[in-house]
Design a protein around this ligand. Structure first.
Ligand SMILES: C[S@@+](CC[C@H](N)C(=O)[O-])C[C@H]1O[C@@H](n2cnc3c(N)ncnc32)[C@H](O)[C@@H]1O
Length: 297
């Protein structure tokens, strides 16, 4: 952690966060209080290099609330009954970047290795559950669903479901709406787009809407990955990509342990391109950033 140094050594927190002149007073201590609350709420650990980013993500909220300083915002979010404002703050500070078919090799593995036996299971009346954990605005769970539909176009007639969870209600609303710009759709194969999306008539910008068979495969739910989970599993495939990377190592390890508990024996876990599950015997490596839960656990 890079601390701002003063003559007395480590900064006391009363000095302003270095940077250009700002509309609202914003001290190192304010940043630390916000970072502590964020870590408690979401598991996300911010270092002090992120202090200017925190200012730019929250400044609009201070204006909306008519506050005069980050100190008063910190006082507000520290109140026990301000649960909702802490959620608003957390949503403003999460990184939601995503895209359709991000890490194409994951979807290739899903299509060729994981889904064929699961489709056989579904065709013989079995239950198939897939999970996108940290689903952001829906591109990831819909990519899972599109991969499934490419093999089983009438998937809706079987007991197959994709659970999509995120802590941020704003991105969940986008996922449920299922409306994507032409730019976002550039990552979707045109034939897939023609079959499973319809051109939305509204406005001048080209927008595409997910068609009912695609929409119906995905259920969006608000869930905090660092709080107790209501579901027991067992998921045959879990996508948890670019989400726990923002957590401390120890919190990450706990999430992987919890995921192992809800992953079916032999089930797969896909992680982000720069994530590694070091020092765990819960999963074995099954490919580049792909893990497999041992059968006998
Ligand atoms: C960078 S996006 C990754 C989206 C997608 N998995 C991908 O790889 O394209 C990370 C998502 O994790 C969510 N997130 C962060 N902390 C979370 C938590 N504690 N519980 C659930 N979701 C969380 C954020 O809201 C954000 O939408």
């Amino acid at each position: 952690v890079r601390r701002v140094m003063t003559r007395a050594g480590i900064a006391s927190g009363a000095e302003p966060v270095p940077g250009p002149a700002r509309e609202f007073p914003y001290t190192v201590g304010d940043f630390r209080r916000i970072a502590d609350i964020l870590r408690n709420e979401t598991g996300i650990a911010l270092t002090e290099v992120k202090a200017p980013l925190v200012y730019s993500r929250l400044v609009k909220r201070l204006r909306e609330l008519g506050l005069q300083s980050f100190e008063s915002y910190c006082a507000l979010i520290s109140q026990a009954d301000e649960v909702e404002e802490r959620r608003v703050m957390s949503a403003a500070l999460t990184t939601n970047i995503t895209r359709f078919f991000r890490e194409p090799h994951h979807f290739e593995h899903l299509r060729t290795v994981v889904l064929p036996p699961l489709i056989d299971l579904a065709l013989s009346g079995g239950r198939v559950r897939l999970w996108s954990a940290g689903c952001s605005s829906g591109e990831e769970p819909y990519s899972i669903a599109l991969t499934l539909l490419s093999l089983l176009p009438d998937a809706e007639h079987y007991d197959i479901k994709i659970l999509a969870v995120d802590i941020d209600p704003n991105v969940l609303a986008l996922g449920r709406a299922g409306l994507y710009s032409a730019r976002a759709m550039a990552d979707v194969d045109p034939a897939m787009r023609a079959t499973w999306f319809s051109r939305a008539p509204q406005g001048e910008t080209e927008m595409w809407s997910v068609a009912p068979p695609l929409r119906d495969l995905v259920t969006f739910r608000e869930l905090n990955l660092i709080a107790p989970w209501p579901m027991r599993g067992a998921f045959q495939a879990i996508f948890c990509r670019n989400t726990v990377i923002y957590f401390d190592q120890e919190v990450q390890r706990q999430v992987w342990r919890d995921m192992a508990a809800v992953c079916a024996p032999g089930g797969h876990l896909y992680v982000g391109h720069s994530e590694r599950m070091a020092g765990t015997d819960l999963f074995e490596l099954a490919g580049l950033t792909i893990y497999r839960r041992a059968e006998d656990r």
